[in-house]
Design a protein around this ligand. Structure first.
Ligand code: UT7
Length: 369
């Protein structure tokens, strides 16, 4: 059995089902291409020293962040998402018309509606693709993988684009030192395609606890507090966060969610070749790596360059790890995230190069099927 689906998603068939039945109902799913786009403007800690009462030293030691990227004025989530999507398609050796579905995970869509995914679909001219957005915060990319992979594993679709994108600079209060030093803008996109037996996504674990909803939120602009002159004056259209509470939750849940998903696919901590954690705070990443016993050279860290890009953090880190040659065929990759909701998500993959080399063969299989 190669694909075990976590709680909140479809049940996997019993282990004793004949292999053929399993294979025909649930085919393995892998990532065929990854694309990355980050804001073009660099905002350093020293720049922030001139904006709020903070210091480079405080930001570095408390968060690990040195600089972050912001979009140019007028740029929005769909612009970054489209750019990352084009790269992912190119790497996968696919044309936009090959796509069946586009899922965009974001809390900073261009507009509440239409969905940002529809704007990406239009930009790419992916005429066959359905499109929808998924809103869950920093865990959004793994939630997107979970939904998208089920369409591919069921055989319903054969090419699904999952994008994590955020323009957090548009919802950050640039007068609030507690939050404005933390975030950045970016996008990461992944194309999901059928993989070989035993390869690709092995297990995904999702979780949420709405009792922590007030710890990290954007209070106004929805149906609870529609936009008004008063909500704007009270600065309620910006991120609000109880940082230290989220920190405590994060340290605990990153290890728990990681161990849970490893157990689900019968792997041990020592099997992890690469840990790709959500990039919210270097101290949280260090604590997770320590609790999991993963050596530091197997942890992907880019928070110093980008800050926290919420749903984009993990796919950007994955894209960079691939570009740097840190991922080899057969490697076990663990991705783990936490965020608003509160929510958490983890995913274990056995990496397979499902890209260009296999695309033609898969096209032929799809055509036959
Ligand atoms: O992706 C999910 C979303 N967010 C997160 O994951 C963030 C999780 N939380 C964190 O990363 C950390 O809690 C923070 C980095 C946000 C804060 O670090 P901390 O060690 O928990 O600091 P703190 O909130 O307990 O604040 C310590 C002090 C406070 O001063 P007092 O009250 O002790 O005098 C803050 O006012 O640091 C002060 N402070 C700052 N000082 C300089 C807060 N922000 C700043 C700042 N510069 N930018």
């Amino acid at each position: 059995m190669v694909l075990t689906l976590g709680p909140g998603v479809a049940e996997a068939p019993a282990r004793n089902l004949p292999r053929g039945l399993w294979s025909s109902r649930f085919r393995p799913v892998g990532i065929a291409g990854v694309g990355v786009a980050v804001g073009e403007r660099v905002l350093t800690n020293h720049d922030l020293e001139r904006m709020v009462d903070t210091t480079d030293e405080w930001i570095r030691t408390r968060t690990g962040i040195v600089e972050r990227r912001l979009v140019a004025p007028g740029q929005a989530a769909s612009d970054l998402a489209t750019s990352a999507a084009r790269q992912a398609l190119e790497q996968a050796g696919l044309e936009p018309d090959d796509l069946d579905l586009i899922i965009v995970a974001t809390v900073t869509p261009d507009t509440p509606f239409p969905a940002t995914s529809c704007l990406v679909q239009r930009n790419l001219e992916a005429r066959r693709a359905a499109a929808f957005d998924l809103s869950v915060g920093c865990t959004g990319f793994i939630y997107g993988l979970s939904v998208g992979s089920q369409f591919v594993s069921s055989g319903r679709y054969s090419a699904v684009l999952v994008i994590g994108v955020e323009v957090l600079s548009s919802i950050v209060d640039w007068t609030d030192r507690n939050t404005c030093v933390l975030f950045g803008d970016g996008a990461g996109a992944a194309v999901l395609r059928p993989a070989s037996e035993g390869m690709g996504i092995l297990a995904i674990h999702l979780g949420s606890d709405g009792r922590g909803a007030d710890l990290l939120k954007l209070p106004a602009g929805g149906s609870r507090l529609p936009a008004s002159a008063e909500t704007v004056a009270r600065r309620l259209h910006y991120v609000q966060m109880e940082g230290s509470e989220v920190f405590k939750f994060a340290v605990k849940v990153m290890a728990q969610a990681s161990l849970g998903v490893l157990r689900r696919c019968g792997l041990k901590r020592s099997d992890i070749d690469l840990l790709i954690p959500h990039q919210a705070n270097l101290r949280i990443i260090e604590a997770a790596a320590e609790r999991l016993g993963v050596p530091w050279d197997r942890v992907v860290v880019n928070i110093h360059r980008y800050g926290n890009m919420s749903s984009a953090s993990i796919p950007v880190a994955l894209g960079e790890a691939l570009a740097e040659g840190r991922v080899r065929e057969g490697d076990v990759i663990l991705m783990v995230a936490f965020g608003a909701g509160l929510s958490w998500a983890s995913c274990v993959m056995r990496w397979e190069d499902v890209g260009r080399t296999r695309t033609q063969a898969l096209r032929e299989v799809d055509a036959d099927g």
